[in-house]
Write a protein that binds this ligand. Sequence first.
Ligand SMILES: NC(=O)c1ccc[n+]([C@@H]2O[C@H](COP(=O)([O-])OP(=O)(O)OC[C@H]3O[C@@H](n4cnc5c(N)ncnc54)[C@H](OP(=O)(O)O)[C@@H]3O)[C@@H](O)[C@H]2O)c1
Length: 332
Amino acid sequence: MPARRCIYIDHGQGGAPGCMRLAERDMPAPTGRQVLIEVACAGVNRPEVLQRAGAYPPPPGASPYLGLEVSGTVAAAGPEARQWKVGDAVCALTPGGGYAQYCLADERHCLPVPRGLDLLTAAAIPENYFTVWTNVFDRAGLRAGEKFLVHGGSSGIGLTAIQLAREFGAEVWTTVGNAEKAQACLEAGAQHALIYRDTDYESAIRDATGGKGVDVILDMVGGAYINKNLRLLAVNGRLVQVAFLEGSKAEIDAMPIMTKRLTFTGSTLRPRPDEDKAAIADALRARVLPLMEQGKCLPRIHAVFPLAEAARAHELMESSRHIGKIMLKVKE
Ligand SMILES: NC(=O)c1ccc[n+]([C@@H]2O[C@H](COP(=O)([O-])OP(=O)(O)OC[C@H]3O[C@@H](n4cnc5c(N)ncnc54)[C@H](OP(=O)(O)O)[C@@H]3O)[C@@H](O)[C@H]2O)c1
């Protein structure tokens, strides 16, 4: 086992980004199938920003600390862990606590660092690729040849969805806040990028698809988008919700669900059982990591901050000026 204490980001009672401070705590000890990872880099995700602000409490049993994904090297293993040995380079979905020098993860939620990728890029994989895989491909069942719309296309989640959907043969539409973000989405593989501030995306997509609409929509906005999404879906369409940035309450006309035989679904990753996350990791290992090793479908890194500047990283995310991933460098 390494040293007995470790540095982490403490967010106290929560609040504005300034509530985050470097602090010291006991070294976490791996139990069962957990491994202890010496963290090289950690990704910053909107759910962590919401948790810090007090709007997204961790599920029962999860770490109360911030940080849902890391890369690094295995420093110790629990008594039942078999898949990794000390010194292996991994990236991992964590139950929280990734903004730290050391962090625990279930060994089944770790992935090898894809050949050719550095630890910074690897740390940007878990949260976005697990989320997109399970929602877009497992739940919504996106297939080659289908039309796919992703809202918030320039987000970490959005760019992941665009790249994977395109790679697996879908025609990809996206909505974004400005022209620079639209350009980034086109470069990532979207065929159509609409700026929602100056285009009515609903009528634009309906016109361009001859009134048929799209087969699958990945949405993180909610609010007024819910009715538009239901209207925009084609017969047998699927709407999958991963967040409600504009609220989960709206007066919904549910008629299209019946008349077009739609599926309205969604999920949150963090409270899923360990077995579910392990199954997603297996799918990524088989279907996505080989693409990454060919240089395809890679995360786009927008900015990197030292761990001590986690507050600046959160401020940037809250500004929504970023395109792709914001990262924390933990180990120099
Ligand atoms: N369900 C799950 O398991 C799961 C897991 C991870 C993340 N998520 C969710 O997925 C979303 C994307 O996560 P991320 O980490 O990739 O976040 P992110 O990079 O910060 O992306 C959010 C983007 O959404 C767009 N947006 C549209 N409406 C918005 C609004 N009302 N408020 C703020 N942003 C708005 C913004 O770009 P524009 O300029 O285009 O508006 C913003 O850049 C988040 O809502 C997050 O909570 C869900």
